[in-house]
Design a protein around this ligand. Structure first.
Ligand SMILES: [Zn+2]
Ligand SMILES: [Zn+2]
Length: 96
């Protein structure tokens, strides 16, 4: 069982605020440590591993790619990714 799986299990047995606090501290560690994500590249049609917190380029075809599957659980906002070709998304808006 990895740490995240264990936390999912532990959250079922939280009874006190202290327990909840401990759980959240652990959860933040897990989220912070997880800095890559798998994204589907629409250009080369492959699943590629990229940094989870910044726009980057596809390691396979070098096209710009966003870690949009992590927009869901971004800590600062729980807004769903609203990606479009023109504006990109709320988390990584197009510059200029
Ligand atoms: Zn690609
Ligand atoms: Zn996004």
């Amino acid at each position: 069982m990895n740490k995240l799986e264990r936390l999912k299990h532990d959250i079922m047995s939280v009874h006190t605020f202290e327990q909840l606090k401990e759980l959240l501290v652990d959860l933040i560690e897990v989220v912070d440590g997880e800095n890559t994500t798998y994204e589907y590249c629409s250009c080369c049609e492959r699943e590629v591993e990229i940094p989870a917190d910044t726009p980057s380029r596809c390691p396979n075809c070098d096209q710009p790619i966003l870690p949009c599957s992590t927009c869901w659980d971004d800590i600062d906002g729980i807004t769903r990714c609203d990606w479009s070709k023109e504006k990109r998304c709320w988390r990584f808006p197009k510059e200029g």
